[in-house]
Design a protein around this ligand. Structure first.
Ligand code: NAD
Length: 352
């Protein structure tokens, strides 16, 4: 069963780790290392079954390969899961045992933060492995860099849709005013865009309005709000069978992961003449940040690489138009071709 799953997904390696003394049960899936070591976070979850954990780690690691390749990073895709309720199992001893597991993969897998694993946990993991990023003395909170990448992606979409290289008077709805959404909304306003915000947290809305001028739309009316660009920066699955006919915009481009409930919704948006910027292309700033940390770059180089999303996305949009396909398909093709060519693009940094 496991070999079939590996073959189906094109995975290179899946490693199971068990440490009865600490209760560690972990699966590391390395999907593809053609472009570099597989980088992906460690998700700690109380899965229904071992099969469910395997399915999740296989899916997530494959997605990391595409994300890294489409971001022009010299990294492959991998991911890890630790099975169990984080409130019960997450001890220093378990995280140290997990670090030893990562270490024995010899650098083919680089771990980082993910659901239920944070910077403090990675500080413990680093005691027993060198192959970990997202550390306290690393490049810090990636959210402003993610926001810069999303802004760059929105610029590409606006350039394509309206032939404009400015965001002046472009109407943008930002759904979710968390770490990324608030930075994005603020950047957009600074560039002359007319921003409408929406969040289930009134506190977050009030906090933003105390410093910025923006309109507000209620969370349940957000999909009907007329605008040029809808920027989902809250939760996944917002483009679904129920919402897809409601959008009154030309572009959907935001930070949220898994924006599409299902892949087919990219086509449904395209059928309505709405340009969809693939989430994994436009929200790559977080991965870019830890990749820069790994290669010894700094926040400035990470911001620069996030800005490069603009030209890359524009070329994907043009490619989709030429091929009569969705931008999502064009992005997948771009990433897969880079892997097929084994093309490494990262310029050397001092010390490389
Ligand atoms: P966050 O938790 O800081 O903010 C999320 C915000 O969305 C909160 O203000 C929350 O109140 C709001 N929200 C939740 N449900 C909502 C709803 N139904 N309608 C409106 N608002 C709602 O998260 P974040 O770090 O800003 O990330 C936002 C999204 O971007 C997530 O999907 C995340 O996975 C993705 N992402 C983040 C990064 C990063 O660097 N932080 C990188 C890549 C992708």
């Amino acid at each position: 069963m496991v070999f079939d799953a590996l073959d189906d997904g094109g995975h290179e390696q899946v490693s199971y780790f068990s440490d009865p003394e600490t209760g560690l049960q972990s699966i590391v899936a390395i999907h593809d290392t053609t472009l570099g070591p597989g980088l992906g976070g460690t998700r700690i979850l109380d899965y229904e079954s071992e099969d469910a954990a395997l399915e999740d780690v296989l899916r997530l690691s494959g997605a990391m390969t595409l994300k890294a390749a489409a971001a022009d990073l010299d990294l492959g895709g991998a991911k890890a899961v630790i099975l169990g309720d984080p409130a019960e199992i997450k001890t220093e001893a378990l995280l140290e045992a997990y670090g030893r597991a990562v270490e024995c993969l010899g650098g083919r897998y680089i771990t980082s933060v993910d659901v239920n694993s944070g910077v403090d946990d990675m500080e413990i993991v680093r005691r027993t492995t060198d192959h970990v990023v997202g550390l306290r003395d690393g490049l810090g909170d990636p959210s402003p860099i993610t926001a810069t990448g999303v802004l760059a992606g929105i610029r590409a979409c606006v350039e394509h849709e309206y032939g404009a290289d400015s965001l002046d008077d472009v109407e943008v709805v930002v759904q979710g005013l968390g770490k990324v959404g608030s930075a994005l909304a603020s950047d957009l306003i600074a560039r002359g865009a007319a921003v409408t915000i929406s969040d289930v947290s009134e506190d977050n809305v009030e906090r933003f309005l105390a410093e910025h001028d923006a309109d507000v739309v209620a969370p349940d009316a957000v999909y009907d709000e007329p605008c040029d660009v809808f920027a989902p920066c809250a939760i996944g699955g917002v483009v679904n069978d129920e919402t897809v006919s409601r959008f009154d915009c030309d572009v959907v481009a935001g930070a949220a992961n898994n924006v599409l409930a299902e892949r087919r919704h990219a086509g449904a948006l395209a059928d309505r003449g709405i340009l969809y910027a693939p989430d994994y292309v436009i929200n790559a700033g977080g991965l870019i940040t830890v990749a820069e940390e790994h290669r010894g770059g700094n926040r400035e180089t990470a911001f620069e690489r996030a800005k490069a999303i603009q030209d890359r996305l524009l070329s994907m949009i043009e490619r989709a138009e030429d091929a009569g396909t969705t931008v999502l398909q064009a992005a997948d093709d771009y990433a897969n071709e880079r892997i097929e060519r084994g093309e490494r693009t990262t310029p050397a940094v001092a010390g490389d």
